[in-house]
Design a binder for this molecule. Structure first.
Ligand SMILES: [Zn+2]
Length: 154
């Protein structure tokens, strides 16, 4: 009887409709992001910096992290750099560029994303955006972290 119930539950419930646990979601995410080939003909020669084994290790370690820690990984390894660039008309403007690194070594964007199994940088951009928002300094915060309010706001 138990076996029959088991059968009914798993066979009759439509795939994907069933509530998934976080662990199952992580497992599915990992399956959807296998290790991708390294960059080709890259100036940085990233493939010479890391062996295939090291890439596999980085990929495996990344996918053993939970969602929040994966986000931390991205935020810590992708640094936003703002450079002042002088244009021809002598105007200066800030140019934002991202510096990608793995294990403390700078690599190109393709190598970074492909090593952790992503095809595009959407997930990185959203992680960086969230980090800016979460880590934003509260203006006038007390040393204990509580925001100060002016009497008019109370
Ligand atoms: Zn490269």
């Amino acid at each position: 009887m138990l076996v029959l119930l088991f059968h009914i539950y798993f066979v009759t419930s439509p795939q994907g409709k069933r509530c998934r646990t976080t662990q199952e979601k992580d497992e599915r995410d990992k399956e959807q992001h296998p290790l991708l080939p390294p960059c080709q003909n890259c100036r940085r020669q990233c493939s010479n910096t890391f062996t295939d084994k090291q890439r596999e290790d980085i990929h495996r370690d990344f996918w053993t992290l939970d969602f929040n820690r994966r986000r931390d990984f991205l935020v810590h390894n992708v640094v936003v750099e703002g450079k002042k660039v002088c244009t021809r008309r002598n105007e200066s403007r800030r140019q934002i560029s991202l510096v990608w690194s793995l294990g403390g070594k700078v690599v190109c964007k393709t190598f970074f994303l492909h090593t952790i199994g992503y095809k595009g940088d959407k997930v990185v951009k959203s992680a960086l955006k969230n980090a800016n928002r979460d880590g934003g300094v509260v203006v006038g915060a007390n040393s204990d972290g509580r925001a100060q309010r002016t009497p008019s706001e109370v």
